[in-house]
Design a protein around this ligand. Structure first.
Ligand code: F6R
Length: 600
């Protein structure tokens, strides 16, 4: 969701900014722009659509050593050239890019800028006009910037150019992610380190309600109250090749294929020198001390949380509740005496999850974030972090992060259980190794899975996923994958639930994808399939070796019963991928979606 880059140095900023924006494309956007500053002034180029469209209108002749850039995911105002960032103030002196949502922009406009005509429908334009308003009323730029930030309610990451002081980019953040990167005679600004890895791997984290003066020779950080802050830089442990597609046609396919690697990496990272699984003892103590765990997450991460509950309750015997982050604030459950809040988030930036984190921290409860992104906001702000080690996930549809989340949750469950003195029922390292191998076996069947996608989903309007027990949760994930990238209306249901209403939607040929990987419910889920087949549905049963029956469409290798979701989701990811391809959809950048959902 929206991305920011900035550069100040001696080289031409244009290409660095455009390349940076390309690296942020994965976050989701509908327009993009850059502003570059040189002796002639600030030149703004912006366009609706892709970075490729923006490239076409950028004037190659302009050389400018300073600039800011933005990818916009529309919130206030439709995606258009006018609403695209950067935005200039009325006089043209100030130019801004902004991520986030300014909740009180309308009030600020009425109070401070009643007669100001705005060019765009964005909340952002109010911010840049407000800065100019304070400067016109006698403040220097820094004071005007701070004064404006103090008035803003909501979330923001901001980079600002002043045409009268070309040596500085002014930067600030609140709730939205932003980093400053350090170079030799240049510095950069970026929503995430991947964007500017092309020029530096040294970054400084920014904290909410600070401003940063970024010059080519250095940076200075202050709080909004003027207290000077010194903060060490860190090295982003990212390999540029991790964020390239290589020979793959799509990131999603690459990331699906990377799952065995991610599982093996997780085993390695969580294995102690004695060969046993190990987790930071402070985390294990925090889990053991809790009388109930509250998992908070959104989308795919929420689906991983549902399975995490099963792992933890079965192995460690601690009660777990799983909550959709965006609803938690309204439907806050009666909390237990000693809760531990666990945030599952691939990006570590999801605003809905962060809102809960901020709230429960205010209430004084302990917190743990499980994330793929070290140094992300939810990682920094929680008491503890467990990393997924899945490597950067670029495709909007989450795949390897989901299986990594389940693997890490199973390790958390296992290590906690052992620490509580429970004898494990199985050797988790061994079983996860089997999972990684089984994933590779499934990859050999891609052609067959592609056929499933074209047979069942090439033209359908809708599709249903059913399962019982943990298969139900995998069905939820399978249906989310399918709908988000192929735009087929897909829903997941508990096998027994369809007949309580949804069966009315079954028509001749409606695809029903049924999961049958659990011995205890194998016959009942097949009974549910018969019910829908009797009403014309076109069933596609995905079962597990040892439980298969005649007519099953795809059989996954046998793995431990509790860990089947890590394997049964793989054909569903591939079915979604091929269905989207068959339907001509943009697999990696589905419409309306953003990878990193940084607004509530
Ligand atoms: C779906 C998907 C989303 C995310 C959700 C939460 O493929 O990726 O549903 O899972 O937006 O994001 P994170 O995990 O970054 O908090």
């Amino acid at each position: 969701m929206c991305g920011i880059v900035g550069y100040i140095g001696n080289n031409d900023a244009k290409e660095i900014l455009l390349k940076g924006l390309e690296k942020l494309e994965y976050r989701g956007y509908d327009s993009a722009g850059i502003a570059v500053s040189n002796e002639e002034g600030v030149h703004v180029f912006k366009e609706k659509g892709r970075i490729a469209d923006l490239r076409k209108i950028v004037d190659d002749e302009v050389f400018a050593p300073t600039g800011i850039g933005h990818t916009r995911w529309a919130t206030h105002g439709v995606p258009s050239q006018v609403n695209a960032h950067p935005h200039k103030s009325a006089s043209g002196r100030f130019t801004i890019v902004h991520n986030g949502v300014i909740e009180n922009y309308d009030l600020l406009k009425k109070e401070y800028l009643p007669n100001q005509e705005l060019k765009s429908d964005t909340d952002t334009e109010v911010v840049v006009q407000l800065i100019e308003h304070f400067v016109e009323n006698g403040m220097n730029i820094k004071a005007a910037f701070v004064q404006t930030l103090k008035l803003l309610k909501g979330s923001y990451a901001i980079a600002l150019l002043d045409d009268q002081n070309k040596e500085v980019i002014y930067v600030a953040k609140n709730k939205s992610p932003l980093l400053v990167g350090l170079g030799d005679s240049f510095n950069v600004v970026a929503s995430d380190a991947m964007a500017m890895l092309q020029v530096t791997n040294k970054y400084v984290e920014l904290v909410d309600k600070e401003i940063v003066i970024v010059e080519k020779s250095g940076i200075s950080i202050e709080t909004l109250d003027g207290e000077v802050i010194s903060r060490e830089a860190y090295t982003a442990e990212l390999d540029a090749s991790d964020i390239e597609k290589g020979t793959y046609p799509h990131y999603m396919l690459k990331e699906i294929d990377e799952q065995p690697l991610a599982i093996r990496k997780i085993i390695q990272e969580y294995q102690g020198q004695d060969g046993k699984l190990t987790i930071d003892s402070a985390i294990v103590e925090a889990v053991k001390n809790a009388d109930r765990l509250y998992i908070i997450a959104a989308g795919t991460s929420y689906h991983a949380g549902l399975l995490g509950k099963q792992f933890i309750e079965k192995s460690a015997k601690i009660p777990v509740e799983v909550h959709v982050a965006s609803e938690f604030g309204y439907n806050m459950p009666l909390l237990s005496e000693k809760p531990l809040f666990i945030f599952i988030t691939q990006s570590g930036e999801t605003a809905d999850s962060r809102a809960v984190l901020v709230h429960v921290k205010e209430l004084g409860y302990p917190t743990l974030t499980i994330t793929n992104v070290p140094g992300s906001t939810l990682s920094r702000e929680a008491d503890h972090t467990l990393l997924l080690y899945a490597g950067p996930e670029i495709a909007v549809a989450s795949t390897k992060a989901y299986t990594a989340q389940m693997a890490v949750l199973s390790i958390l469950a296992d290590v906690t259980a052992k620490s509580k003195g429970y004898e494990p029922e199985f050797d988790l390292i061994h079983e996860l190794g089997i999972i990684a191998n089984a994933m590779e076996v499934i990859f050999e069947e891609k052609e067959d899975i592609e056929k499933i996608a074209s047979e069942y989903l090439a033209t359908t309007r809708n599709a249903f996923f059913i399962g019982r027990g943990i298969d139900f949760y995998v069905g939820l994930e399978g249906s989310l994958k399918l709908k988000e990238i192929s735009y087929i209306q897909a829903e997941g249901f508990a096998g027994g639930e369809l007949k309580h209403g949804t069966i009315a939607l079954i028509e001749d040929g409606t695809p029903i994808i049924a999961l049958a990987t659990q011995e205890s419910v194998n016959l009942s889920i097949r009974g549910n399939v018969k019910e829908v087949v009797a009403r014309g549905a076109n069933p596609c049963i995905i079962s597990m070796k040892g439980l298969e029956m005649e007519g099953d469409r795809f059989i996954v290798p046998a793995v431990h019963e509790m860990l089947t979701p890590l394997i049964s989701v793989v054909p569903l990811q591939l079915i979604a991928y091929y269905a989207a391809l068959h339907r001509g959809c943009d697999v990696d950048k589905p419409r309306n979606l953003a990878k990193s959902v940084t607004v509530e």
